[in-house]
Design a protein. Sequence first.
Length: 385
Amino acid sequence: MSAVLRSLARGPLRSLRLVSDEAAPVAPGGAAEAALARPGSVSFEGVGKRYRRDDAAPALAGIDLRIPAGRIFGIIGRSGAGKSTLLRTINRLESVSEGRVRVDGQDVAELDERGLVALRRRIGMVFQHFNLLEAKTVWENVALPLRVAGCEPGAIRRRVEDVLELVGLSGKREAYPSQLSGGQKQRVGIARALVSQPDILLCDEATSALDPESTRSILDLLRFVHARLGLTVILITHEMSVIRQICHEVLVLDGGRVAEQGPVWQVFASPRHPVTQALLQPPGQGPQQSWRALLQAEAPGQGAFERLIELHYDGSTPLRPDWSALARVLGPGVRLLQGGIDEIQGHAHGRLVLSAPGRGPGARDVLLHHLSHAAKDLGYVRRID
């Protein structure tokens, strides 16, 4: 990595700024406003989009959103929620019907043709299906935006070589797309998006066509590029794992409207909107149906039985499951039946369904609330084996 950074410092990409691996939090008040004025900031003000005037259901409606410079911002939602439409308004591939989209404080709708060309050179875009020219080599595909812009051949050569090194494709410069894996093709797409030294990188389902291993590799590359070059990265995806792994903040769209937004750890830990809850709900979540049929509000009158308890961790404090303390409170026979704990941006969240030897509620409930953010009695069942 150090060789790459030395190359960047010497070469035509030297103006790209370096930042730490963890983007700084956005400060309230004046600091937040200053972040929005930096190169790479995007804001939506009452944005709406209708493809026809008589559309009963607009593609976008009432979108108010601020994305400060230097963040990795994710947009999720079901198919048809308006994700791609919203993303494409940033570089005016889609025009809004109402409201304003501002990049660095400039209303993109007010730009003339020359200004729009300049804007699009500052905004790189990575596509789901790579959009590479099959008859051109890797080097030629990456160089294409600079050639279209009329850059001097020597500058093109230096920039392309630097960016190919950055994405780990120096050894593939003469290869054709048909000779590359899916992950390598997407690296070419990322290199092509970076070669013009953009302030903003838009990723339209950039990992959806890739296998899990390639997806991890591309996310690592995007994280590295963001950390080293200080870009604002805005990505849309239907893969919750992508948001979880890479994004600082997330917007959930539903029917072209904002369902909820906020830091990823907060939205994932305590989703408020039904759409977010559905998107985040893994298969088998909640007590199994066989348990539901057996649950009773009161403990059985005879025989061995267990009490089912659900513990929630919402990431709002450093609290994590303390298994030894839980065993002391619930008894040595306590068992984990279902659930798990995830960690996002240093915040632990999740749910656990525990079975405990059957005794009625009492002082233990007070203690349980000190061992989790919320505890709920699900009921009683006869002994589960």
